[in-house]
Design a protein around this ligand. Sequence first.
Ligand code: KG4
Ligand code: ZN
Length: 361
Amino acid sequence: MLILGIESSCDETAACVVQKTGNAVKILSSITATSAGLHAKTGGVIPEQAARKQLEVIIPVIDLALKEAKVNPLELSAIAVTTGPGLIGSLLVGVETAKTLSVAWGKPIVPVNHLLAHIYSTWIQTDSANFKTPSFPALALVVSGGHTDMVLVVGHGKLKWLGGTRDDAAGEAFDKTARLLGIAYPGGPNLAHAADSFRAASPKKELALFPRPMIKDNNFDFSFSGLKTAVLNHISKLASDSNLHLSDYKVIAQNKSVTKKIPELAAEIQEAIVDVLVAKTIKAAQKHNVKSIIVGGGVSANGRLKEKFAQEIAGLNFSFHVPQPKLATDNAEMIAAFAALNFKPKDWEEIDANPQLNITG
Ligand code: KG4
Ligand code: ZN
């Protein structure tokens, strides 16, 4: 089975060809165009700008993906495309292109939920000799820029939502606190980099400055918005300026008593987020007696998150699955992987973009 995958839910335009090999998928080609450089200048994604760029590049990106895989469109089993959630303009670029190609080539479409696809990035074959696909039932934590969800995956296409964030997503907590510290876009990975440099220099420092919201609550929900306020209160004190506001990140970034503490504060923030994610995921995995734990979404690229999971899972009876860093953030391979393992092809007329889609549909 050969699948063309298309992903354009945010600022990336990605296409790939994958082949289903037993219970996993193999990447035959992968092409990505990103407008991240453009957004770095504005400190975030401007939806209109992202969609315009995507319109320009989507056909060349798909063309290259087919050429690199040496696959003729007529050999494809289907076209997989992200239908949501995401930015409407960006989603439409991918969805309408997929529909057009579907008519032109006479191939069906598999519509893919971007959040579920993040889970399926762990079914993509890697070069590692230890590569193993997750076993069911599995507990999946999806931590992306806009969503934090915990789901029980009983089998392909069979899942039960256990909980999620009540306010900010984990990725959003990284991005917003990074902005408060004056850390350049993209906030999450840059904050993680600063945090790791502090931890390398001060490995023994206890990191317990910020609260771990809902860590002990008897549910599988999260809340990260309080972290912004806690960070703001702390840096306001450091800057001896009680009038600082969440939007004052440029003022804060210039205050020397704050700037010299940035790596340490980054480490504190990272540890607070990671502690809650790991503790609650393991609790849910134990309660539901799963065989595997899967972590997907942009935040699953975080080194400290992976390290802490590995530490806490040692001795417990779970296999642990996390994508390679380049497949943790948005990519077309996970879209095609989901489609290959949940193959429900549809006619182009049945396909619509849905920016509000949640993990259960
Ligand atoms: O899944 P993703 O690429 O896009 C969405 O579907 O939203 O996730 C993006 C999120 C952003 O919030 C970004 O800051 C975060 O993932 N992220 C990280 C790291 N890499 C990406 N957060 C912490 N540490 C990282 N290394
Ligand atoms: Zn994503």
